[in-house]
Design a protein around this ligand. Structure first.
Ligand code: FES
Length: 155
């Protein structure tokens, strides 16, 4: 009699454990579904502005390379960017190649951005002019406040 009660208890315990794991599995599946179905809504990024340089250090005309420090989420890092002044427009470009993510360099003699990895080339506006990059260089938000230039990073 005592054995039957023990078996019954074990069986009901195992049923409860199975139900618990089923619910946990269901929640995980629902979470994964939501992440894949609505990735942008669930992973909303915000723009954080970090200091790049003084306004007087901006290129009068042409391209200048900067390294900006970004202490975000407890991690410190450095990001290479370019600030371009065409005379009509001032904007910032990410130095990350849109092909496979290598760091792009500015090559003044040809007025082009060159990617050393697979020969990608971009014009001064960041548009692809040669090579495998599938998209133009990414523009980054830029703002000037109190003579200080800040670049927006998506985090
Ligand atoms: S990573 Fe730049 S061209 Fe391939």
């Amino acid at each position: 009699m005592l054995q039957n009660t023990s078996k019954l208890d074990r069986r009901s315990f195992l049923k409860k454990v199975c139900k618990l794991f089923s619910f946990i599995g269901l929640f995980i599946m629902m979470g994964l579904y939501l992440l894949f179905a609505f990735p942008k809504q669930l992973r909303k990024k915000k723009t954080v502005y970090v200091y790049a340089c003084e306004e007087e250090e901006l290129p009068v005309q042409g391209v200048r390379q900067y390294y900006i420090d970004y202490p975000l989420h407890g991690k410190a890092g450095t990001k290479k960017i370019f600030i371009v002044n065409t005379g009509k427009e001032l904007f910032a470009l990410s130095a990350i190649c849109t092909h496979l993510g290598c760091l792009i360099n500015w090559y003044r003699p040809e007025n082009k951005f060159l990617c050393p990895c697979h020969g990608g080339q971009y014009d001064t506006n960041g548009n692809v002019v040669a090579g495998p990059p599938p998209a133009p260089m990414n523009r980054m938000p830029l703002k000037i406040e109190h003579q200080k230039v800040h670049i927006g990073l998506r985090v």
